[in-house]
Design a protein around this ligand. Structure first.
Ligand SMILES: [Zn+2]
Length: 125
């Protein structure tokens, strides 16, 4: 048997719901919590959904195209889940962004997507 080592699992914060959860990764000398996806939101990501989190651009800081960090955004509290093929169809999203679990967008974008969803409904895979 190996000597007993103190092993702790890394705590992460879910980008979507901002809840802390234990990741499967073993913490190696680093104490800062990092962003990730909790099991529930990881599942949605794997099932092909992208999360659009509405933000207020005026209250957010350091917003640079495609380089938005969860720490820097001011959330308005609205979150929608959109199936990736649907999003690709209705919006011009860069291909590297479409694979992300989360996209930050303004309220108008969320309105627009909700309207589109109402009129088109869920498209089959
Ligand atoms: Zn979550």
């Amino acid at each position: 048997m190996n000597d007993k080592q103190l092993v702790s699992l890394e705590k992460k914060v879910c980008m979507v719901c901002i809840k802390k959860y234990n990741s499967e990764e073993v913490l190696e000398g680093q104490t800062a919590t990092s962003w990730g996806l909790c099991p529930e939101h990881e599942k949605l990501h794997k099932n092909g959904y992208i999360c659009i989190i509405a933000i207020d651009l005026n209250k957010s800081k350091n917003i640079i195209d495609e380089m938005t960090y969860p720490n820097d955004v001011y959330r308005t509290g609205r979150i929608v889940y959109v199936h990736r093929p649907f999003l690709k169809k209705v919006m011009d999203i860069p291909s590297k962004s479409i694979e992300l679990p989360v996209i930050f967008g303004v309220d108008e974008l969320v309105d627009q997507l909700e309207d589109l969803y109402d009129s088109i409904g869920n498209i089959p895979q």
